[in-house]
Design a protein around this ligand. Structure first.
Ligand SMILES: *[C@@H]1O[C@H](CO)[C@@H](O)[C@H](O)[C@H]1NC(C)=O
Ligand SMILES: *[C@@H]1O[C@H](CO)[C@@H](O)[C@H](O)[C@H]1NC(C)=O
Length: 543
């Protein structure tokens, strides 16, 4: 278990020194907002050092920042080796001398990685830094994999909007983890809105795409960062989990692309696709997976949205929760997220629509129409979602996008809650921008979330009420007749979703209760559990 080995190595120390990538640099390379420390106050971070950072074709220089925290400048030597494919790269150069002193003030320096453009290759580069700390010295190796294209590079892709780089004055030490990407929310949503407006779908054959997507079919050496395993025991609290460092989380989450085989397209979305496939772990055991990708030429904003949403539930474990198995960011142009999967699982919204008899909603597959859903089924499914949500809240996580589209159902009608990365762009009609460039699930939002962006457990309860309504209507569009811009006024005036034709009064009462104007008036999850369990017992008694 390499993961644990590195745990024990972490406290290694060099003299007082910081070596890190600024948040602007991490953003450029990984599309995440956080600083990445290699050495912080003398502590070497081996997770970070062992992480082979992919360098996209569009980036040809790397920036590092360092600072001596001893009261004097520290002597260093610096050199760079092209480890593989020397024919694809000229000798890299620094803009500082190869011998000198690490200054007391933070200093940024760069390494130029000039591709020859005569061959295409993934060039492995190691930058070695030797810092003398009095009698002893420490050598650090930074590993990069630069993608060199054969022809002259295209001009750098413009990202729609990039958040402000942090100045070194407001370095944030809190482990940003996936949550760090929250800073992007506004930029991301703006891009999502714009991209949706010019949504286009390619009609290329699925097979061709599946192959194009995974160019690399041989596994790299097991020593690369991608071979870390997730720890088998998870930290006690969600807060602890979130407080861990970005690089550690990446190390845990990252899986090797070559271990993933794509088979077929399961769902087609606006910015990406969901594939069915298999994942082989290090012991060669294969498991079914679902692979969420972004489109080949997705902007970094879309990439971070995918990672941010996909990471939301990472590290949590519950039978009513579908959480990511891992991510791959080896190739900046086509990162993906992997979920455990079973052949019989379906997206709940698509499943409900297929229960209407007619096949609606695209690639629903060739499954035979399921038997009609009874109220009992509906209540049991709602209870499953409720159990998942109870667990989430117990871990201090608000879901903020509870809806049928974000649930999975198996052949025994067991429901699991998933994050919204899996389906957000598969149901574009469920998300709207209200002129503020933020793409939100308007018709699932509680009034205060809609008007003032206030989220509390009670806002998840509201959305759960809408999910109940979706279950009883076989995923009708809520307020189909109401313009998204009018929803807020409509709700404020006291209007709510109507009672579905076949929905018992008791059940509708629960929904209506979830949609109380004041969050305080809505039921708690525990009250809902008690009510739905009782109601379910009554139903079984009379059948
Ligand atoms: C090296 O290049 C970086 C990035 O362009 C710049 O910020 C830095 O000031 C340069 N350092 C020196 C010593 O010229
Ligand atoms: C690092 O530099 C020191 C002093 O210049 C030297 O004695 C030592 O051998 C170097 N270490 C390595 C691993 O190159």
């Amino acid at each position: 278990m390499r993961w644990f080995v590195f745990m024990f190595l972490v406290p290694a120390c060099v003299a007082h020194l910081n070596v890190y990538l600024s948040s602007a640099e991490v953003w450029r390379l990984l599309g995440l907002t956080a600083e990445l420390f290699y050495v912080r106050d003398g502590q070497i971070n081996y997770y970070a050092l062992n992480f082979v950072v992919p360098v996209p074709a569009t980036i040809s220089e790397l920036h590092f920042t360092w600072q001596s925290l001893a009261r004097r400048p520290l002597p260093y030597t610096l050199h760079v080796d092209v480890v593989s494919h020397p024919e694809a790269m000229h000798q890299p150069t620094f803009n500082i001398s190869s011998e000198g002193f690490v200054p007391i003030e933070p200093q940024t320096w760069k390494v130029d990685l000039p591709c020859t453009h005569t061959v295409a290759a993934e060039v492995d580069i190691t930058i070695s830094l030797n810092v003398s700390t009095g009698p002893s010295s420490t050598t650090l190796h930074f590993r990069r994999r630069k993608i060199c294209l054969k022809d002259a590079p295209r001009p750098a892709v413009r990202v729609d909007s990039v958040p402000h780089a942090q100045t070194s004055a407001d370095i944030f030490y809190a482990g940003a983890g996936c949550a760090g990407a929250a800073l992007l929310a506004a930029a991301v949503a703006a891009a999502a809105c714009r991209a949706r407006a010019r949504k286009l779908r390619r009609a290329r054959s699925d097979e061709q795409d599946a192959h194009a997507f995974l160019p690399d079919s041989s596994c790299k050496s097991a020593a690369s960062y991608t071979s870390y395993r997730r720890p088998t025991s998870l930290p006690a609290s969600a807060a602890e989990e979130r407080a861990r460092d970005l690089q550690q989380r990446i190390a845990e989450l990252t899986i090797q692309r070559c271990r993933v085989r794509l088979r077929s397209v399961a769902m087609e979305g606006t910015f990406g696709r969901v594939y069915r496939g298999t994942y082989a772990d290090e012991d060669g055991r294969e498991q079914e997976v679902l692979v969420k990708t972004v489109a080949e030429h997705a902007s970094q904003v879309q990439v971070s949205l995918l990672l941010q949403e996909g990471c939301m539930l990472y590290g949590l474990r519950h039978e009513r929760l579908l959480t990511v198995l891992g991510v791959s960011i080896e190739d900046q142009t086509a990162p993906f997220i992997l979920y455990p999967w079973a052949a019989s699982w379906r997206n709940l919204k698509q499943f409900l629509m297929s229960c209407r008899g007619a096949s609606v909603g695209g690639a629903a597959g060739a499954a035979p129409p399921p038997p009609p859903l009874t109220t009992q089924h509906v209540v049991r499914m709602a209870l499953h979602a409720l159990d998942g949500l109870v667990y989430l809240h117990s871990q201090q996580v608000l879901h903020k996008d509870i809806a049928a589209r974000n649930c999975i159902v198996d052949e025994n009608l067991r429901v699991m809650i998933a994050d919204n990365a899996l389906s957000r762009d598969l149901f574009p009609a469920d998300y709207h921008c209200l002129g503020d460039n933020e793409n939100r699930p308007i018709k699932w939002l509680a009034l205060e979330a809609l008007q003032r962006r206030q989220f509390s457990p009670a806002a998840d309860v509201w959305a759960l009420g809408v999910l109940l309504w979706e279950l009883t209507t076989l995923a009708h569009q809520p307020y189909a007749e109401v313009d998204p811009f009018e929803v807020s006024a409509y709700l404020r005036d006291g209007y709510r979703l109507q009672q579905p034709a076949n929905c018992p009064d008791e059940l509708f009462a629960v929904m209506a209760y979830c949609w109380a104007m004041s969050p305080d008036d809505r039921p708690t999850l525990t009250q809902l559990q008690i009510f739905l369990r009782d109601f379910h017992t009554q139903l079984t008694r009379f059948v």
